[in-house]
Design a protein. Structure first.
Length: 210
């Protein structure tokens, strides 16, 4: 099974819980799984915008690209190729300011490609990669799983909705929450969450066969 893990936290594991989730996942994933990491903070990823559309148009017409157009075309194609090659995509990211880190947004913009991950039809958009599996590893200092706070959570909900838009039906989650809200229980909350990450990594093949 080919697994792409999209790492979207550049804080050290000693400070960033989702960074530690990534480390624990990598330490426990089984050897029968082929894992590639795409670290959105280490890749050259120009923001999605007019440069991307210019690059796509010029590329289709075999015209010369500017430096920024070449960079964004190379970056977006790399992200899309890795996403399409993967049987499972693992997203490891925090909730920051109620949403996802900006570089993760750029990655999603890159793979949000009409005719590849979805298409338009007369009945509405249709996802084109229903066979893929997704695992979300997310950390958030507050508790957002309550009915009152759930509407303010726009990180996991966003990633899940985009993956469902692509037609993906198997989406698993391991979420660590509340360690900042409840500092007296922080070590326990994080430890329990890391054990779930480790267990999920060890059982990754079972998720892949769902």
């Amino acid at each position: 099974m080919n697994v792409l893990i999209v790492k979207a936290n550049n804080r050290p594991a000693s400070e960033g819980v989702s960074s530690r989730m990534y480390d624990v996942f990598m330490d426990n994933v089984t050897t029968d799984v082929n894992v590639k990491t795409f670290d959105v903070y280490k890749e050259d990823m120009p923001y999605f915008g007019q440069d991307f559309f210019n690059a796509m148009q010029k590329s289709a017409q075999a015209e010369e690209l500017s430096d920024i157009e070449q960079r964004i075309l190379t970056a977006s194609n790399k992200a899309l190729d890795l996403f399409m090659e993967a049987d499972m995509v693992v997203f490891a990211f925090p909730l920051w300011n109620k949403t996802i880190p900006a570089p993760l947004q750029t990655f999603i913009d890159y793979v949000y490609r009409a005719g590849v991950t979805f298409k338009y039809t007369e009945e509405g958009p249709e996802g084109l990669v229903p066979e893929k599996k997704v695992l979300i590893l997310n950390a958030r200092g507050g508790v957002y799983s309550t009915p009152e706070m759930a509407p303010f959570e726009m990180s996991v909900n966003y990633v899940r909705q985009i993956m469902e838009f692509f037609g993906i039906k198997t989406i698993e989650e391991v979420i660590i929450e509340g360690h900042n809200q409840y500092p007296d229980r922080a070590d326990e909350i994080v430890a329990e969450g890391m054990e779930k990450v480790a267990e999920t990594a060890r059982n990754l093949t079972a998720i892949g066969t769902k």
